[in-house]
Design a protein around this ligand. Structure first.
Ligand code: MIC
Ligand code: SF4
Length: 660
């Protein structure tokens, strides 16, 4: 395969090194389509039921990647049979198809994966947007939709449009203990915003890297998802070796750093020593200000944990803040440790006891309040969380005010009952060091059966709420449809397809979950979409960065089920754009002027859709209601054009498999 970049004798960055070692086709020029061989794929239960149903629908009897893991961490409330049925489906599907199964209670996928499997130099895909957590050990870990994961597990290469690689150059040292890795990523979000990373991979480097432990690096790469970045990655160095040795996996280590003279599309400089304790205000992770500027704000709820801040060291630091004190009256403190391993260490060393004595409500090792699975704040309450997202309504309470801050800052707020600069709070904290050995207990990680015997004798168990994957008809040549909704910038997938304890149980049942599409923005959306379905279907109009946030393909699949034909937006977030294409919905880009003219209720017609798609000259759209025409473009590559033509990735993959 030709690789223009490698033919020129220049130093390589880490991203190029990893990608080059995995290239199946294409080249590393930014903007080119690149096919990659993937080492690891993991799923979580909220996206995983669909991913495994799709894998089953492709018709392959065993995964064709070196490592596949199916985690259960999101849908843990089990208020009826549905969640538990999904867990049983996932357990039996993993046994049948050759994946590890991480039992409910084992922890949040990203934290467990970091502890057990993430390795420098590898490429991993995960059906969750925070998969980049693995970048903390020097792995290129990318969040994708379930169908992309299913096709890769079935043996297809993973195709990406080569992103631009940005260097984040770190120098200096964090002013510990009150300034943490969480403050670093909040500072980057403050500077770059939630769309600052779209089309980019963030590669960390510089002398400041060695100041950060792997778990701190993982906090930064985890929340790099909020920049909209494809992924983020750190070098693999002595601290990586220390972490992997403590995790019992020193043989997974390799040295990985950028060559001298490596080139980057851009560079951002950060002096770790100048960062102060920061906080993101409602309702976006980039609304970041110094904590000091909000001092005195009353706090009703504090949540500590999630995949962003779940390491043993983090929990130990929090325990040392809480030890011997009592959570303020009127504050609810909830703690969800990231993994069983962390939780067991906390229990054995008395850290959990210190938290309980202080009044913390200890939750299980799962996503919990982060995704509105319990722990919703009261009406209009202020909740400060060490999590990664504070989108409106995501907590389960529409009018809650959710802030994001570091775990130790959160612990101080819980004691004080208000936001306070932790450095001036008078609260003491012990310095925490990385352990030389983690307590390794793999009892909740069921390995796949040997390839020889395979899963042939295993029966996959599907409860009554688990429904077939819906498939769209091939792309229409004339799309005439009504604008059902016109939205602003940065619409999240939580806006499109809400989560929370009411909705998540329907993740395996698209007809049922489709009733909740856009529910928090427009209660009548699904009924209006159903009505429009018989009359050509619907169109949604969005602003910049449409579909930011989660990887949930339900935000494309359920609208597709409701008859959505196209989304017209000023720009799209990466994973959601792929999900739209995978489910046959046309993502079209329109200019700010044309965006300004369209109104909800307008009837639009796009003629010669197929021709326009392949000719690459753009689409002409007529606004029948207002009587004018305008242009829109699609930036689909050849593969994407072909698969959207057939109605999406599932029909396309089946057709390819039939041919092969
Ligand atoms: C999230 O944090 O929004 C989730 C829930 O983990 C999602 C996945 C999902 O919707 O199931 C994500 O980040 O991709
Ligand atoms: Fe779970 Fe929250 Fe992490 Fe998503 S962001 S994987 S819901 S802990």
């Amino acid at each position: 395969m030709s690789n223009r970049r490698s033919e020129v004798m220049v130093g390589k960055n880490i991203v190029e090194k990893i990608l080059e070692a995995h290239t199946v086709y294409g080249d590393l020029e930014a903007g080119s389509a690149l096919g990659l061989k993937v080492d690891q794929v993991y799923t979580q239960d909220a996206t995983g039921t669909m991913a495994w149903l799709q894998f089953e629908a492709i018709g392959i009897d065993r995964v064709r990647v070196p490592l596949a893991v199916s985690y259960v961490d999101h849908n843990m409330v089990q208020s009826n049979f549905m969640n538990a049925d999904d867990h049983e489906f996932l357990r039996t599907a993993a046994a049948k198809f050759g994946a590890h199964f991480s039992r409910p209670g084992n922890g949040i996928c990203h934290q467990v994966h970091l502890e057990q499997f993430a390795a420098p130099g590898k490429i991993a895909l995960g059906t969750d947007s925070h998969t980049p957590t693995g970048g903390g050990v020097g792995m290129l870990a990318i969040g994708v939709g379930g169908l992309d994961a299913a096709t890769v597990m079935a043996g297809s290469p993973f195709e990406i449009t080569m992103p631009r690689v940005i260097k984040i150059h770190l120098r200096g040292k964090l002013r510990r203990p009150w300034v943490t890795a969480m403050d670093v990523i909040l500072e980057i979000l403050r500077r770059l915003t939630v769309k600052g990373g779209v089309g980019k991979i963030m590669e960390y480097g510089g002398p400041g890297v060695k100041d950060l432990a792997v778990t701190e690096r993982a906090t930064i790469t985890n929340m790099g998802a909020e920049l909209g970045a494809t992924t983020s990655v750190f070098p693999s160095d002595k601290r990586t070796l220390f972490f992997l040795s403590a995790a019992g996996r020193s043989s997974d280590w390799q040295d990985l750093s950028a060559d001298a003279g490596a080139r980057y599309a851009d560079r951002i400089d950060i002096d770790l020593g100048s960062i102060e304790p920061l906080i993101a205000q409602p309702h976006s992770p980039d609304r970041v200000v110094p904590i000091a500027s909000l001092s005195g704000t009353r706090v009703d709820q504090v949540c500590i944990g999630s995949c962003t801040n779940s390491s043993y060291q983090t929990m130990k630091a929090v325990a040392s803040v809480l030890k011997g004190k009592t959570v303020a009256e009127g504050v609810n403190l909830l703690v969800n440790p990231g993994s069983k391993q962390v939780y067991e260490m906390m229990a054995r060393e008395g850290l959990a006891a210190d938290m309980i004595a202080a009044g913390a409500r200890m939750l299980e090792a799962s996503c919990g309040p982060c995704i509105g699975m319990g722990g919703a704040p009261g009406s209009g309450q202020v909740s400060v969380r060490s999590y990664n997202r504070n989108f409106e309504g995501r907590s389960g309470t529409k009018d809650a005010h959710v802030y994001l801050a570091s775990p130790v800052s959160c612990a101080v707020f819980a004691l004080r009952g208000e936001i306070a600069d932790p450095r001036e709070s008078g609260v003491a904290m012990k310095a925490v060091r990385e352990p030389h050995a983690y307590l390794i207990n793999r009892s909740f990680l069921i390995p796949p059966k040997a390839a020889k015997t395979g899963g042939s004798g295993v029966k996959i168990v599907k409860g009554p709420n688990i429904r077939e994957v819906p498939v769209k008809e091939p792309l229409r040549d004339t799309i005439e449809a009504k604008v059902l909704l016109k939205l602003g910038d940065n619409i999240t997938t939580d806006d499109i397809m809400p989560a929370g304890s009411q909705v998540l149980p329907y993740r395996s049942n698209i007809p049922a979950i489709s009733q909740f599409v856009f529910r928090n923005i427009d209660e009548s959306f699904s009924s209006r979409a159903n009505e429009a379905k018989g009359k050509g279907g619907g169109i949604v109009v969005g602003g910049e960065n449409y579909g930011q946030g989660s990887s949930r393909e339900h935000a494309a699949m359920a609208p597709m089920y409701l008859g959505l034909q196209a989304v017209l937006a000023k720009s799209f977030a990466r994973i959601h754009r792929s999900n739209l294409i995978n489910f046959g919905i046309l993502p079209l880009i329109l200019s700010p002027e044309d965006y300004g003219k369209i109104e909800k209720g307008d009837r639009l017609v796009i003629r010669e859709v197929v021709n326009s798609l392949f000719a690459g000259k753009g689409f002409t759209i007529e606004n029948l209601t207002k009587g004018y025409a305008f242009g829109a473009t699609s930036n689909l590559n050849e593969r994407e054009k072909n698969l959207i033509m057939r109605g999406g990735l599932l029909p396309y993959t089946k057709e390819q498999a039939g041919r092969g």
